[in-house]
Design a protein around this ligand. Structure first.
Ligand code: FUL
Length: 635
């Protein structure tokens, strides 16, 4: 394998010197090609995301920035146990949120006081980044970090002064913790925050300009040239695949962007409650079968998958999340265990010589590849197997060191004496998005790899691949036939009803669209209170006085964002005449991840509640799928 890799690089180097490609030589690279680091990264395929910080203790997804570091105190944090769980599931690395938007640094940084030295955990001597990095090193597992550019704690955020802080944090993380395989800068930028007590809304304009990502990328390359940079306004190596549901949006996917290669990474949490751990989330874990759909629409479309599994307040992974992760891990292993096309005989319409003949696709070597002569863009190859096999997933890979070339392809199987199309060629302009095409998707781009799961298993000893459109002579490194295992079931977890949630029985409603207000309390995420205007509000009469210290809001769940309430005000009253504002602010990250959010405030007695929707996404309107009012429980 090493030799072939060397040969490939040698051939590419030769082409660079202006040597003319003859049939016996490798073709010249087409368009922009990935760096060695990007190639290695693509071959990692999937790894874990770990969101763990102050939000774990406050039941929030986006902390405001004023949370006390004293809350961070896991009783049983075990980085090694977490890393082992990931590794056993077949993952190849993990990325840890060293700092999320709330600004709390989980390592003893010199850049801000708002860090783990202020936490009771290990008497202020703890360092979560160090423990994860050490556990990864010990288990030969790649380690990366997430460092939120948006910092809702820092007084200087939005001004030039913050950049010194931020650059210092990058430097510390890339200097003190060994090799970082990937650094993640999410796209969230500016908005409401504590900002050292100013409690303002700070807008930074263009993120690329404010953070000076050109400089950020330079700094990182100088410290760790092998580190993959996520985001950075397209100046890094990898970009967002476009959803937080785990699928890569809009297949076909082209990684070559002008003179740059930009790979895609699809991200999603294993638990529907969000990126951080939340009490009672056990019943909201995604099933192994759903995770396989995520896999097929991320890795299967040519992206990498980063799957979030969040530690709980003890510092341990949630057992329900682990059960699903392990079951999915077994399914993935089973799927990839046997390639039925391995060592199959291959005849092709054309090749540029023995070194590039059809057998290179079935030799199990990702570096060698089948390639016709320059100028041939629609070749065909037929696989002949010694005996009939049954498969329902086709995997194809291009030798991406030579660039991405294939635009569409078709796969046929010889069934009952005739060729039957099992993967239809994609047509120009078509797009596969969401979980569409998870079974029975068409053949568009290939890139690093594409997995096409068939609606039904096929049994045959002859399979034909036709490249139906390519930008240059295709270089296909792998043609595999796989079998999807039966989905594993995990025991459902029923979480006990949250004792802090007040029952809405007998409550009456007023305000705008009052007739729809009960739908926000019916326990059904599919129904909602809705009003065409913003601002708007509805009123609740709880019929008797309760002590209230929090509310939970579930945004509309019908997949639409128009009129999704993003700013709120909650008012309480004892008599229905005199009102006090209990809480007001912004719900974070709703567009990408419309999950339930809980807002806490100092406990107050009230009989009447008014929920105001003061701003909404994408035009006017107001909506609430579910609202829960919480009361402190007596211990
Ligand atoms: C987003 C953040 O806003 C979410 O909280 C989460 O960290 C996700 C991975 O990235 O941009």
């Amino acid at each position: 394998m090493f030799c072939k890799r060397l040969l490939t690089s040698l051939c590419i180097a030769l082409m660079g010197t202006g040597a003319v490609a003859s049939a016996a030589e490798a073709p010249a690279p087409y368009g922009s090609v990935p760096t060695e680091q990007q190639v290695n990264w693509l071959r990692m395929e999937w790894y874990a995301f770990v969101h763990f910080g102050l939000n774990t203790y406050t039941n929030k997804e986006w902390g405001y920035g004023d949370e006390s570091p004293e809350l961070f105190n896991p009783s049983d944090f075990d980085a090694e146990a977490i890393v082992k769980t990931f590794k056993d599931a077949g993952m190849n690395g993990m990325i840890y949120t060293a700092k999320h938007h709330d600004g709390f640094c989980t390592w003893p940084t010199k850049s801000t006081e708002h860090n783990i030295t202020q936490s009771p955990w290990k008497n202020g001597k703890g360092d979560v980044v160090k423990e994860f990095a050490a556990a990864c090193k010990k288990h030969d597992f790649a380690f990366g970090t997430y460092l939120s550019p948006w910092d809702r704690n820092c007084a200087e955020y939005g001004r030039a002064g913050y950049l010194d802080v931020y650059y210092k944090q990058i430097e510390e993380l890339l200097t003190n913790y060994g090799p970082i395989f990937e650094i993640w800068f999410d796209g969230a930028m500016g908005g409401d925050g504590y900002y050292g007590g100013a409690r303002q809304n700070r807008n930074i304009g263009k993120a690329d300009t404010y953070y000076n990502y050109t400089q950020v990328v330079k700094n990182i390359r100088a410290l760790q040239p092998d580190c993959i940079i996520w985001g950075a306004a397209g100046r890094g190596d990898v970009t967002w695949a476009g959803s937080e549901k785990g699928f890569a949006k809009n297949y076909p996917i082209w990684n070559a962007q002008g003179d740059k290669w930009l790979s895609l990474e699809a991200d999603t949490p294993i638990n529907k409650r969000g990126w951080f751990w939340h009490p009672g989330q056990g019943s909201a874990v995604k099933s192994p079968e759903h995770l396989m759909e995520v896999y097929l629409t991320s890795v299967g479309r040519g992206a990498n998958l980063i799957l979030n599994v969040a530690p709980n307040r003890d510092g341990r992974l949630d057992p329900a999340d682990v059960a699903s992760l392990e079951a999915f891990g077994r399914m993935r292993r089973e799927l990839l265990k046997k390639d039925y096309a391995l060592n199959a005989k291959v005849t092709t319409s054309e090749s540029r010589g023995k070194k590039f003949d059809g057998s290179q696709m079935t030799d199990g070597d990702i570096e060698s590849y089948w390639c016709p002569k320059d100028g041939t863009t629609t070749p065909t190859a037929e696989l002949k197997l010694a005996k009939p096999v049954t498969f329902d997933v086709v995997r194809l890979r291009e030798q991406i060191r030579l660039g991405q070339r294939v635009e569409s392809f078709k796969v046929e199987a010889w069934v009952d004496g005739a060729w039957k199309t099992i993967v239809e060629p994609g047509k120009p302009g078509e797009k596969e998005t969401g979980f569409a095409g998870v079974r029975g998707g068409k053949g568009h781009t290939i890139g690093h790899q594409v997995l096409r799961a068939l609606p039904e298993p096929v049994t045959t000893n002859r399979v034909r691949l036709s490249i139906t459109k390519a930008k240059a002579c295709p270089c296909i490194s792998e043609f595999s036939l796989l079998r999807m295992p039966q989905p594993e079931q995990v025991a459902p977890v029923t979480t006990e009803a949250d004792p802090t949630v007040l029952s809405s029985k007998g409550w009456t409603f007023g305000g705008f669209a009052a007739n729809l207000a009960p739908l926000a309390f019916d326990g059904k995420p599919g129904t909602m209170w809705q009003h065409a205007k913003t601002p708007s509000h509805f009123r609740v009469d709880m019929q008797r006085t309760h002590t209230i210290n929090a509310f939970s809001y579930l945004p509309r769940q019908d997949g639409k964002t128009q009129g999704m309430t993003t700013r709120y005000r909650l008012e309480l009253s004892k008599d229905g005449k005199n009102w006090t504002i209990a809480a007001e602010g912004e719900f974070g990250n709703l567009r990408a991840n419309p999950v339930e959010q809980t807002i806490t405030f100092p406990a107050q007695k009230a009989r009447y509640v008014r929920f105001f929707s003061t701003a909404a996404l994408d035009g006017t309107g107001s909506s609430v799928a579910e609202l829960k009012l919480h009361t402190p429980v007596k211990k």
